[in-house]
Design a protein around this ligand. Structure first.
Ligand code: ADP
Ligand code: MG
Length: 699
């Protein structure tokens, strides 16, 4: 047996000081091998080379000082807080905590030497630091060795990690020796020619410098080198995914639009916007190409994506092939089905609807007619890609609201045809960086124009105190023939409690506040028939007010709805709020979105909502969301195919993403020379990652 130095092949348990217990805890944060550990990156650094003395601190500056604890204790002014006073040769500095008091109290003892970082604030003319970053400085020998570097890494940690000796110092104690022993043997998958041309730091050097940088300029280079590698490998996966599909020729040929098609377009109840026209032209161009289309159609809520998709579906059906549209929820599938049925009325095609609740006999009939090719247009949910669904000649798959589907689901649908074209629609305007990563394998078409006559929705942020006014306003709206949504947040974790809250609110509205108006309730846990009935009544305007959990979030189209009231608005992401706001303002009537929150006006949540109130642009909101809550929130679910990067920052690394993509493309098309060995290494990496992705593992 040979002994491996490659940290990717060495389990963390081989490290001194890592026993089974610690290994288990580390596994919980995704660290199993020494390589994983070496990619556990510092959250920030302590710059010992730039220590300041307490007497000379300036208000408002970020500083690091070292001092001994001379006093500590719990104090109470308007609020409880914990104070520690440290001292150096020049003076005293109070440190204040308002949260996590128990932990602070337990951890720090009088006489300890602390290294403290934070922003100096002015407290009645004296300096203090609130919630500083604190490191205990120990004098033992081992620590001294690790600390000889002048810039010291501070690692992220959690309560669980801390209680298992994996605080920042604990991490330093295992990472530093791991770097020394294995750092030189980290394997670089990026070919030498790329490293040279892109001017990257050698990988082992970059990893060392990111932990113990010589200075901050070098650290920036190290980060750049690591982020680039990470993005390049990711873009290779994306390019591979794309090539797997596009290297085949499709089996179908779509007929050019004929007079019948043009007549149908002219018969639509509205004129297409310029932007819609451009999008459909781009889609048609791809439909005529020999290789399958991989298209992402992006457009703000209400921009009219459905009709564009329907045009493509219509053309495919007229050419004698099958086409399927998949929606993320039953409700949305039903609505698309109705819309498409209406749009296709008078043509040869009667769309079918297949969802999880389609009765068995009806389902069997639909499956038969799909297998024979008799049914050419079908709309459905996930039910469309169960194993027993077979198509005679599926030529176009349309997926609405992509972020609810995973890559593996997308591929399962595509596998039902012989290289069908793919059209993915998303109403979440995706910042460019995300489009290039999460959807990097798709070509982008954008609808960036609203149908004429739309008036921007007026948004307001209100609190409980405003309820009487809000209710009066709603009554007036309903009495003048308009309709209103009331939205309650519903998150998986506490389904029952919140369901109760929504139901209770519904009863209040129905019995106490608007006993004279027609009110309906829909939520996700309801029987399909009941929900459908209520939605249908709302749609027919028999109901004036619809109380709902977020099931109406995506897609639902009720032209007369002019007000949407969103309760506990702070519980929603901004993009999600924007989606909800898009449920109104879908006609030429003046519409309103009223956010209700009980957050303090000074709280971060309140500020976040205030920024939303001022912005009607879905793209800007998505960017805000990305900045404030990260990509996971923005895309909705964990299984969104959204990569989690260890170094790269999806919100800010746009130019790096573009460069990496460029290199990935050159590698895929072999316009960049690499050795056979390098090629094989990359190939096996891609294969391994792909297997993980398709088996539903993390990407
Ligand atoms: P989304 O892009 O959010 O899916 P929809 O496709 O549901 O938007 O369209 C929103 C509404 O706008 C629908 O009622 C649709 O019939 C209408 N619509 C679509 N295109 C136009 C247009 N060019 N002019 C006027 N109304 C349009
Ligand atoms: Mg839609």
């Amino acid at each position: 047996m040979t002994y491996s130095h490659n940290p990717a092949e060495v389990a963390v348990t081989y490290l001194k000081g890592v026993g089974p217990k610690k290994a288990e805890i580390l596994k919980g944060v995704g660290i199993e091998t020494v390589e994983d550990l070496l990619y556990y990156l510092p959250r920030r650094y302590l710059d010992r080379s730039n220590l300041q003395s307490i007497a000379t601190l300036q208000f408002g500056t970020e500083v690091t000082v070292v001092g001994k604890i001379v006093m500590q204790g719990l104090l109470r002014a308007r609020k409880k807080f914990y104070e520690i006073v440290i001292q150096d040769d020049s003076g005293h500095l109070p440190l204040l905590w308002f949260n996590g008091i128990k932990y602070i109290e337990k951890r720090f003892k009088r006489g300890m030497t602390l290294s403290v970082s934070g922003t100096v604030s002015d407290f009645r003319g004296g300096a203090r630091i609130i919630h500083p970053e604190v490191e205990v400085i120990f004098e033992d020998e081992e620590e001294a060795k690790i600390h000889t570097g002048r810039i010291i890494p501070i690692y992220p940690s959690t309560e669980l990690l801390k209680s298992n000796w994996l605080d920042s110092r604990g991490f330093r104690r295992i990472i530093k020796p791991a770097l020394d022993q294995y750092g030189d043997y980290i394997e670089d998958l990026v070919p030498a020619s790329v490293v040279a041309e892109a001017g990257l730091m050698p990988l082992p050097e970059a990893v060392k410098q990111i932990h113990y940088p010589d200075n901050f300029e070098i650290r920036a280079q190290a980060r750049h080198s690591l982020a680039f590698r990470e993005l390049l490998l990711f873009q290779l996966l994306v390019a591979d995914r794309r090539q797997r599909i596009t290297h085949k020729h499709k089996a179908h040929t779509i007929a050019k639009p004929d007079q019948g098609f043009h007549d149908w377009v002219h018969g639509l109840p509205f004129k297409l916007t310029k932007s819609q026209g451009k999008a459909i032209a781009e889609i048609l161009e791809d439909l005529y190409k020999p290789e399958p289309m991989l298209k992402l159609l992006q457009g703000d809520v209400g921009s009219g994506k459905t009709v564009v998709a329907t045009m493509a579906m219509m053309l495919v059906a007229r050419s004698g092939f099958q086409t399927a549209m998949m929606a993320p929820t039953e409700l949305l599938a039903q609505q698309h089905f109705q819309t498409i049925t209406k749009l296709l009325a008078g043509t040869n095609d009667n769309p079918a609807l297949l969802t999880g609740t389609t009765p068995a006999r009806e389902r069997a009939a639909i499956l038969r007619s799909l297998a024979t090719g008799e049914t050419r247009v079908i709309v459905g949910t996930h039910a469309l890609f169960t194993d027993d669904v077979t198509f005679a000649n599926l030529a176009l798959a349309v997926v609405d609201e992509q972020h609810r589907f995973g890559v593996s689901q997308r591929e399962a649908l595509l596998a039902k045809g012989n290289s069908p074209d793919l059209l993915v629609m998303t109403a979440t305007p995706i910042p460019r960086t995300l489009a290039l990563t999460a959807y990097g394998d798709l070509d982008l078409s954008i609808i960036d124009e609203m149908p004429v006559g739309r008036i921007p929705v007026r948004t307001a942020l209100r609190t409980d105190a405003d309820r009487p006014k809000i209710y009066k306003f709603i009554r007036d709206e309903v009495n003048s023939g308009n309709q209103v949504f009331f939205i309650y947040p519903l998150v998986e974790e506490s389904l029952k409690v919140q369901l109760k809250a929504a139901t209770k609110a519904y009863q209040d509205l129905a019995e106490v506040i608007f006993p004279d108006l027609q009110i309906g309730l829909v939520h996700g846990q309801m029987k399909k028939e009941e929900r459908e009935q209520t939605m249908a009544r709302f749609s027919k305007r028999e109901i004036g007010i619809l109380v709902s959990t977020t099931v109406v979030e995506v897609g639902i189209d009720i032209p007369d709805a002019t007000v949407i009231v969103i309760e506990h608005a702070e519980r929603f992401g901004l993009s999600q709020l924007h989606q909800l706001r898009g449920r109104v303002g879908r006609s030429n009537k003046k519409s309103y979105c009223i956010l209700i929150t009980d957050m303090e006006p000074s709280s971060e949540s309140f500020l976040r909502l205030s920024r939303f109130v001022e912005c009607n642009d879905g793209f800007k909101i998505a960017e805000l969301d990305l900045e404030l809550r990260g990509p996971g929130e923005l895309l909705g679910t964990k299984q969104s195919g959204m990569p989690e990067f260890r170094v790269a920052n999806i919100a800010s690394d746009l130019s790096l993403i573009l460069t990496a993509r460029d290199y990935a493309h050159r590698l895929m098309t072999s316009t960049l020379a690499i050795s056979e060995q390098e090629r094989l290494k990359l190939k096996s990496y891609i294969k391994q990652r792909r297997e993980r992705e398709l088996s539903g593992g993390v990407s």
